[in-house]
Structure formats: structure tokens, C-alpha cells
Design a protein around this ligand. Sequence first.
Ligand code: SF4
Length: 354
Amino acid sequence: MVAASLRRSSRTSRALPGVSEPQAVALLLSERCNNRCRMCIAPDALRGTDCSGAILRHGLLRHRARGFTALEISGFESLVRPDAPELIRFARDAGYERIHVITNARELARPGLAAKLIAAGTTSFTISFHASTARMEEAVSGVRGGFEGKVRGLGNLVRAVVAAGSGVLLRANVVILRENHRSLRSVCRLLHGLGLREVHLCFMSPLSSDLGRYFAHVVRYSRVGAPLRAALQYLRDRGMDYRVVNVPHCRLREFPEAWPRIRHEAPSLRGAPTIPRVREAFYRFVRASQKVKPATCASCRFTGACPGVDDCYLDRFGPGELRPIRGSARRSSRGGAGSQRVQDRSWREPGGSA
Ligand code: SF4
């Protein structure tokens, strides 16, 4: 169990600012979740029970002894586990210097939990947040009644981070899918109102084991363009930091200032878990998420910098939506003419003046 719960994370090295392999360990704190999100890479078949705290502590010590100093904590939902603060404190006392928690924020509605996590040693949070109304939240998360707690939980977290002073970082990840793509601006507006100052807008990736589910919820790039631009304009106008994930440059040709902020997720088999049922699903996810480029990309100025689109997306929708951008390939390698470099270290603390 420990091997599945703790593994080197190629993803973490990008998710955590300034952390590079092999310093980061990914900790799957729980195999349970209070949501059933449409875009989740952990389908119901993989849901199980949590392994014991003793096993996790043993694994944390073993990886620490191998030199790891950063930890990414996720789950299914990491905070459904009651001993989460104790395990984080254990990790900090064992010498992990950066502890990043990924959560859907619902459990943070419990009074005092956010402050407890920070006091225990959490140094950064990513909040999965995809809706601006209860109805939309239900459509995305697959469960009823979670929206109010999620909003309250994020509010609690922002207050706890602000109260803790500088040094604790917070951002929201918004996955773009059929159920919310027309409302990206209102999701961003809600996040801004709650005090967030950094938002990542992430085009949906293929699911681990269920491509049918992926195609039921993914929306074509061409339909996302206008609402995505509206959301980006909103974030820009309020001075918020943002990234756009899994969207090729050519689908943001009307918003070139976003080009330096485009990121692509490319999961690697190097981070594969070792428990067979989890590993098989992970392999399917990695295969389906491999980026590919059709021949038409050869004439694009970004062909050197852009990895293309998900293999299964191209299979289903064809190359027609990709429209090469002409111009100098040399200039495009840093995001295009007139672009500024964007540092991944530039996470914003919440509640600031943006
Ligand atoms: S290389 Fe292809 S996918 Fe990437 S921006 Fe250019 S046309 Fe689009």
C-alpha cells in the first residue's frame, strides 16, 4: 500500500514552485472522496479505504531518508482523513520543508481545520474549484449540496492564510468542461471575491480508465475560446495571476498576452504507482494524455514550444481546430512577440491588493 500512496512525482516538480525532481514526493493521503467529479482521474472502481497512519509515516521517513524535502498531498480527497493535520505535522518534523495540499475545500468548512493545517506545516494549497452556483457545482461534482460548504471552506482558508502572514501560498485550479465552460468568468469573479489572487484554468484531461466519460464531458476548444478570453480578461483587469493549462497557443490567438502563461500537463510513466489496479489506470491515463501534433503544426511558429493536444482528443475531433500561427519560430519559443517571462514562483498570497 505504501508504494501506491507514496511515490516520486514528476508532476510535483512542476506543481511546486522551485522544486525539481527528485526532491518531491506525492502522498495519496486518502482513497476516499466526498465528491464524484466528472473530470476526476480516480474513477469509482479505484476508490477504496485509507491505509494506516503508521504505513504513511513509515513511507514518509523512508523517502525523507532518501533526500526528499518536498511533499505534495492529494487524495482522492485528502482532507476527508481526520488525521491529516497530524500527518502533516509529522512530515514537517521529519524535515519536509515544502508541504503542498490539494483539496476540494469542502472539509475546510469545519471550523479551525484550515488554521490547523497551516500550523502543522502546510506551505501551499491548490483548491479545486469549478463552479459559481450550487447547480453548476452539482453538475460538475456529481453530488448535491456541496457548494455552500466549499465556498465557506475556501473563505476559511483565505482568512487562515492571511492570518498566518506571509509564506503560505494559495491558488485555485478550475477545470474547464462542458458543465462550466460558459461560466468561467463568473467562477473567476467568485474566486476573486473570496480573496484568491491566482487562478489556473485547465482544459479537461482524459480520465484514467474511462474515455467514454471523458468524451461525455470534454468540450471542443472552439467552444471554449470566447468564455475563456472573457475569464482571462477579468483576471488580467484585476491584476490576478493566472495560467492556462492544456490549451494550445493557436486556440488563444486572439489573446496573445496569455501565451507566456500557457502550460501543458504531460504525465510521465516514471511516476507510476506500483499497486496493479492503480498502475493500470495510471498507464491508461498517461497513454491517453500523450500530446500529439498533426502535420499541419509543422508550419506553426509555436511548433517547437507547443507539445500539441491530447492524443484521444485529436482522434475524436481531428486536426481541424488547430490553426497554425505564422511567424518567427525563434521568437515564439519564449511565448511570442512582446511576451514577458512568467515565473512559476510568482504565486500570489490571497487577500492582497489585486
Ligand atoms: S503547434 Fe499545432 S497545436 Fe500547437 S499552437 Fe501550433 S497549430 Fe496549435
